[in-house]
Design a protein around this ligand. Structure first.
Ligand SMILES: [Zn+2]
Length: 218
């Protein structure tokens, strides 16, 4: 199996990875770059044919419903199957009437169930539910031709579902040949400083919202 990072190795978001085995291919994430001024087809990584005419492109696997991981689906033909968490798919469909037209509603395809392998042509894909600020987010194990690639997707270890992170670290998939880990940092603290905890943030939000009349928008 061969893999190519199409975008995302030198920037935050806009992630897109392509894997190939025996001439068949899968894309993993098709994100809108965070610095994009608008969501246009010209942002699709060069060389990808996403109009449904490429029979060797078996589908697109989305790790989680954040625009910088699925936003360019807006320019993908509806005949190309999309893998996504079942709850994430429902969430995006329910939100669609309230969102601008360039926010994509993913086509049907594979609904992830954590730990349940999915056969796609010569590939086997196993999703692992992870803790992230996007609901229903997954890491993905991709197997093809005897090789195993693990893509973390976005994740965190300090949210309400931190147990998922601890579980994955304690019992990771074995014999991985390639490990792709998402990671970004917007700022660094002084050595003796700490970030607020999730609990601190929740408490502060609660206080602010309780003191706000009407909608909690500032
Ligand atoms: Zn994310």
């Amino acid at each position: 199996m061969r893999a190519c990072i199409r975008r995302g190795s030198k920037q935050i978001g806009g992630s897109c990875i392509e894997v190939e085995h025996g001439g068949k291919r899968l894309l993993i994430d098709l994100g809108l770059p965070l610095d994009a001024r608008e969501n246009v087809a010209g942002l699709i990584p060069e060389g990808l044919t996403l109009d449904g005419s490429d029979p060797n492109l078996l589908g697109i696997l989305i790790s989680h419903p954040h625009l910088d991981h699925y936003g360019l689906l807006a320019h993908v033909d509806g005949s190309i199957p999309i893998g996504l968490g079942a709850a994430a798919r429902r969430l995006l469909a329910a939100a669609a009437p309230f969102l601008p037209g360039t926010w994509p509603v993913p086509a049907q395809g594979w609904d992830y169930e954590s730990g349940r392998p999915i056969k796609i042509g010569p590939f086997t894909v196993t999703p692992f539910l992870v803790d992230h600020s996007a609901y229903d987010a997954y890491a993905l194990l991709i197997e093809g031709g005897g090789d195993r690639l693990f893509y973390s997707g976005d994740f965190r270890g300090h949210g309400r579902k931190a147990a998922l992170f601890e579980r994955l670290v304690a019992n990771p998939p074995a014999d991985i040949d390639a490990l792709l880990v998402e990671g970004s940092s917007l700022t660094r603290l002084e050595l003796d400083a700490t970030f607020p905890t999730e609990g601190d943030v929740e408490a502060r939000l609660l206080k602010e919202l309780a003191q706000t009349d009407g909608l909690g928008v500032s």
